[in-house]
Write a protein that binds this ligand. Structure first.
Ligand code: TYD
Length: 395
């Protein structure tokens, strides 16, 4: 019996890891078309398959494998069961089926004001997410959850659901039930046009806050109002008296806009602003902002950078100082586990100043942290700069 894991992201990587550690059977992976072998906010299946010497196959190579289990975990191609010799084909769908078959299931339930969703393990038949249900977990959607928050819940609960049911899939002992036609809904690719996202203000404040949460997924985009990125919203107690979409007030950090019922406060995305201040070492603006509002300093950009990494990399000494005082983690690591001190080291190679490295070490930076290549900052610097290498050896 072979196990084939097809898909992407932490769910595919973590199930692969479990299978390699616990199952005694040939394991193969099939990668999504978008696979780029880079870890981002999710782990890359291609990267780990290579690292763990797992054979990567094309989907077409799987069709003729007789005795096998095919697991689709965020796989991006529609499976046609007729093409497969083995009929043990399973998918995890990120919704509480029969509702929300199809696309964008991290956004649509939020857009529709749902307070729950779920993950479903089902058999793959010839339809889209229409196969018999084997197991599912209901997930609560909190009123502040964004699409990104929900997606991360799907990944976590989905992984647990697969691991819990894997042995029953392998020994063919699972139960299943046909999906009901009641509450069965489907949304296709055209249900949201991500290249043309617009907030519709001819809605209630509650609906608008749902739109803002549904379109909030930092790695893809943040919702915009008048080209300003919005990170969250608060519904005010004031009844709107102006035309929906009218700006009632604005300051550096927020906007108040009228709607069909109550005015809504749109919080501008300050994280992007902070990253920019760190890059340019505008520590005056940075301090003003950090004193104004509590901000999660461990949030990461799409590239996996915290504000402290950006400040260290750009030799923004005063900003580094300030961020450390405000509690930023001096041992933060990006998605390849590159640490703050490695970023500071990269800058020192150019600036010849060790001040930021010194500051980080004084504040508890661990110089032995290893990245995914198994190297720490000293291993890197050994081949890059003799003087800096000698300096690190004294630490
Ligand atoms: P994706 O991995 O493409 O899967 P799916 O559409 O099957 O959910 O996207 C994951 C979530 O990311 C999706 O549910 C909604 C959100 N998303 C965006 O916010 N912006 C985008 O441009 C895309 C493609 C997705």
């Amino acid at each position: 019996m072979n196990l084939i894991i097809a898909g992407k992201n932490n769910i595919a990587v973590d199930v692969l890891k479990f299978a390699l550690d616990n199952l005694n059977m040939p394991i193969f992976v099939v990668l999504n078309k978008t696979e780029n072998f880079q870890n981002n906010f999710q782990k890359s299946l291609g990267f780990y398959a290579k690292r763990w010497n797992v054979t990567i196959k094309k989907l077409e190579d799987i069709y003729d494998l007789n005795d096998s289990i095919f697991l689709s975990l965020e796989f991006d191609r529609i499976i046609k069961p007729d093409l497969f010799k083995s009929k043990n084909l399973f998918n995890i769908h990120f919704s509480l089926l029969p509702a929300y078959k199809g696309m964008y299931t991290s956004a649509l339930p939020i857009l529709n004001g749902e307070d729950k969703s779920g993950v479903t393990l089902h058999r793959i038949n010839s339809g889209i997410d229409t196969g018999e249900i084997i197991a599912q977990t209901e997930i609560k959607i909190n009123y502040k959850d964004t699409a990104r928050d929900l997606y991360i819940k799907y990944i976590d609960f989905g992984t647990k659901l697969v691991l819990k049911n894997l042995s029953s899939l392998i020994d063919n002992s699972f139960d299943f039930r046909v999906q009901s036609n009641e509450n069965s809904t489907y949304f296709g690719k055209k249900s949201i046009d991500y290249n043309n996202l617009k907030i519709n203000f001819f809605q209630t404040a509650f609906q608008i806050s749902n739109q803002l949460r549904a379109y909030n997924f930092r790695e893809f985009q943040l919702p915009k109002f008048n080209n300003i990125e919005i990170s969250s919203s608060v519904i005010s107690k004031n009844r709107s008296s102006s035309k929906p979409g009218t700006i009632i007030g604005e300051n550096d950090y927020s906007l108040v806009v009228s709607t069909i019922d109550f005015d809504i406060v749109l919080e501008k995305d300050l994280f992007g602003l902070i990253c920019n201040y760190c890059k340019t070492n505008d520590y005056v603006s940075l301090e003003r902002l950090l004193n104004y509002k509590t901000i999660d300093l461990e949030e990461k950009t799409k590239q996996g950078w915290t504000p402290l990494m950006i400040a260290a990399y750009n030799h923004s000494l005063e900003s580094v100082d300030l961020l450390i005082k405000k509690g930023a983690d001096v041992n933060a690591q990006n998605y390849n586990l590159t640490s703050v001190i490695m970023y500071a080291k990269s800058n020192s190679l150019i600036s010849n100043s060790y001040k930021i490295i010194e500051k980080l070490i004084e504040n508890g930076a661990n110089i032995y942290l290893k990245d995914i290549y198994g190297k720490n900052v000293i291993d890197w610097v050994k081949n890059e700069n003799e003087e800096l290498y000698e300096y690190f050896k004294t630490k």
